[in-house]
Write a protein that binds this ligand. Structure first.
Ligand SMILES: Nc1ncnc2c1ncn2[C@@H]1O[C@H](COP(=O)(O)OP(=O)(O)OP(=O)(O)O)[C@@H](O)[C@H]1O
Ligand SMILES: [Mg+2]
Length: 349
């Protein structure tokens, strides 16, 4: 019996992306359908009833007018900015259930919260015997129930049946599994979104670290708009066309962008340094960039210069079979779909 057909949805500040795959138990899943649309401005972070209804309406329209129309079940992503994570070491591991209970206990203790306030998830980093017991090192993940409820409500209002949820970082790491050979080193994935820059570190396909930096590509647009007294729409155009490439406009645009990008790079560098200091033998030696803003002109050489590691725009489609007619559309912005592809690849539902 195969998995029930579902699509994975990534509801971002700026855009909504959804993907459904078949044959996810093989090395080359097949694309069943996809959808892309803009998130109505201002609705995403609003909690009022009317805004949630409007968001639901636009999600419904985006799915219905896409090749996903007719699929009812959905797996959704929780933004990293709403996620609490903690490295839990040497947790007694009798069986899966006891591990889940221990992770819930540890996370609640850390967050000082009541039983009903959070839901937890985990990424098992390693398991070993410390005679006579088995122990696990685990990345504990927690999300407030009120956050999950908001997504559940919006998706139900849109007429869909939510069957699972997970964090963007877990989905992003999964989206790239199978794309490159297993390596003894970890790899970092930087998701340049509109409102935040999310950083995940994966090792052998598992999430071992994640964080969310509260500046994204919209901060870059604001910097351009302020420096050149332009409106936001025009500044967006300049950002996408000329970016941080210093050979454009005698470097004037790049100069306006660099301060905010340097701030983001400073945070990313600290994470790399943390790994080098604490876990040198597995420290990330490569950075994959994803998200729409990964396509900013000049970004790859700029990041290479700042971080001094290999930088590559990720292609989460590498192992996915795509029909000829969809190739051109999807190739234009391949890395945009990382989170939704990772959700669609989920098999433990
Ligand atoms: N070619 C490009 N160059 C630079 N920036 C770009 C380009 N294309 C899109 N962007 C920027 O990418 C951002 C949107 O990216 P994306 O759709 O991945 O965000 P999101 O997932 O909706 O946001 P978030 O993850 O923060 O909720 C916008 O700020 C947009 O200006
Ligand atoms: Mg995003």
């Amino acid at each position: 019996m195969g998995l029930p057909r579902f699509f994975g949805i990534d509801i971002g500040n700026h855009s909504i992306k959804a993907i459904s795959l078949a044959d996810t138990d093989t090395n080359s899943p097949r694309l069943v359908g996809y959808a892309y649309g803009s998130t109505p401005v201002g609705l995403f972070n609003s909690d009022n009833e009317e805004a949630l209804h409007l968001l639901a309406k636009s999600i419904k329209e985006i799915i219905q007018s896409s090749s996903l129309n007719g699929i009812n079940r959905v797996v959704f992503a929780v933004p990293e900015s709403h996620v609490y994570r903690r490295l839990l070491v040497r947790i007694p591991y009798v069986d899966e259930h006891s591990l889940d209970t221990a992770v819930l206990f540890e996370m609640k203790k850390w967050l000082n919260s009541q039983l009903d306030d959070i839901r937890v998830d985990k990424s098992v980093i390693g398991v070993r015997y410390e005679d006579p017991v088995k122990v696990a090192d685990v990345l504990g993940i927690a999300v407030k129930v009120s956050v999950l409820d908001k997504y559940l409500k919006v998706l139900e209002l849109a007429g869909f049946e939510p069957i699972a949820a997970e964090t963007e970082a877990i989905a992003t790491v999964r989206s790239l599994t199978g794309s490159f050979a297993d390596s003894p080193y970890s790899y970092m994935i930087v998701d340049f979104g509109s409102g935040s820059t999310d950083v995940s570190v994966g090792l052998n396909g598992k999430l071992i670290y994640s964080d969310s930096i509260p500046y994204g590509s919209d901060s870059v647009t604001k910097a351009i708009a302020q420096t050149f007294s332009m409106d936001f729409v025009k500044a967006e155009e300049y950002k996408k066309t000329y970016g941080i490439d210093p050979s454009n406009f005698n470097g004037k645009l790049a100069n306006a962008i660099v301060p905010v990008m340097d701030m983001i790079m400073g945070d990313i560098r600290k994470i790399i340094e943390y790994f080098r200091r604490e876990f040198m033998q597995i420290a990330p030696n490569k950075v994959f960039i994803v998200g729409d803003a990964a396509n900013m002109p000049g970004l790859v050489p700029y990041m290479h210069d700042k971080l001094n590691v290999d930088i590559e725009i990720a292609n989460p489609w590498a192992t996915i079979r795509v029909a000829e007619r969809d190739l051109a559309f999807l190739r234009r912005n391949a890395s945009t779909y990382s989170v939704s592809i990772g959700l669609a690849k989920k098999t433990d539902i």
